[in-house]
Structure formats: C-alpha cells, structure tokens
Design a protein around this ligand. Structure first.
Ligand code: MG
Length: 222
C-alpha cells in the first residue's frame, strides 16, 4: 500500500515493505498489562495493508470486542540497509512520524494464552493509522518528547519518549541484523501507558511534541 508523506512541504510517496513494531518498550505500559519489562528487544510485524492516513476512519471489526489504541513514535527508513550499528542507524532514517498501533486486545490475549502469533490481533485493515507529516533527523531529536492520545477530548495516554526501555538507535540496529530494511519501511517504537478501548463514534486525537497531531474517528465494520 502506498503512503504519501509530507516533509517540509514536499510530498514523498513510499511503499513500505513492512511495519515493524516494538513491544513493551515503555516500563509503565509493560506493567499495566502485567508483563515484565523485557531484557531484550522484541518485535512483531504489521502488514502495510493496515495503514490509514490521518483524517480517516478506524474500522472496528465485528468480531473484535476490545479494540485498543497505542500511540507510538515511528521511524521511516531512507534506504536499503542492514547490519547497522547504533552509531550509523540514524543516518539511514528518512524521518520520524506519529503512528497508532491498534490492537484487538481480546484476540491478542487469547493468542498469548495459547502461545499463538499476534498477527490477526495487530493486522486488520486500518490498524496502523498515521500522521503524514514526517520530520527529518536533522531537525528532530527523539529524546524527551511528549507523546499523548485523547479520546473524545479525555486524556488517555500521556508519556515521554525518554521513558523508552531501548533507545531508537538500538532498536534500528537490532532489527537490521535480522532483516534487510528497505526505503519506506516503518519501525514503531512502542507505546506509553494508558492504552484503552475505542468504540464506534469515538474521536481520537494523538500527538507527539515536535511532529504534530492526527485526528481519526472510529466506525463499526459494515
Ligand atoms: Mg504497540
């Protein structure tokens, strides 16, 4: 699926080959779901077909009871690369962006209890909403940035990127030693605490200081 991003007024068209998502990368979020803080980097994949540009409608699938929001800082890769080091990683970043990692929590909990993959819980269409504005690494430092999400004007998530367990450079480096990263690939860096339910009719507003804010509404699957 194509993704049009806006960087300093220029439109950049990308077709990400994969969306890589960290799990439990903020201490408070790991505890709120009764998970230990990880001692190593862990991630899963979302399909590019789950992308949804800002202003769009998040579709709550009929069979999903608990649809949860997770606001995350994401990086978009600039070129094909692998085997990066923490020192070289940021040189391969096209920009930083705001994304949501929507999760069918009931389906995820069921899969987790059975030791099964999370692909369905994370992979529905519209489960990767994004703000099309990206900010280059030359003008944005990912550290110490406010990251937040409101539902119907009520604050649900309020965190700071400094609370990440693993820094962005280490995440990119780790992933690049496992899979070749392509231009346009997205790495989502995990969510702060406060994840919670979304239902049809909800208005979602999410933001990261220094990047911007995105708006979405939620509808039931027809
Ligand atoms: Mg997440």
């Amino acid at each position: 699926m194509d993704m049009d991003l806006d960087r300093c007024g220029d439109t950049i068209s990308l077709s990400p080959s994969k969306i890589i998502c960290m799990l439990r990368n903020y201490r408070a979020h790991a505890s709120e779901l009764n998970n230990p803080v990880p001692d190593r980097i862990n991630f899963f994949l979302k399909p590019p077909s789950s992308l949804l540009r800002e202003g769009g409608s998040i579709i709550k699938p009929t069979e999903v009871v608990r649809l949860h929001h997770e606001v995350e800082l994401a990086v978009v890769m600039a070129d094909r690369c692998r085997d990066l080091t923490p020192e070289t990683a940021i040189g391969h970043v096209l920009g930083y962006m705001l994304m949501l990692d929507l999760t069918a929590r009931d389906i995820q909990d069921d899969a987790r209890s059975k030791g099964l993959p999370w692909t369905q819980a994370k992979g529905y269409d519209t489960f990767a909403p994004y703000l099309s504005r990206i900010v280059g690494p030359d003008e944005f430092d990912w550290r110490d940035r406010r990251i937040y999400l409101l539902v119907n004007s009520m604050v649900r998530q309020e965190g700071n990127t400094s609370d990440m367990v693993f820094p962005v450079e280490d995440i990119i480096c780790y992933v690049s030693r496992i899979m070749t990263l392509e231009r346009g690939d997205i790495i989502m860096t995990g969510t702060p605490s406060g994840v919670g339910p979304l239902n049809a009719g909800d208005e979602v507003r999410a933001g990261i200081e220094g990047i911007g804010e995105a708006l979405f509404n939620v509808i039931d699957q027809m």
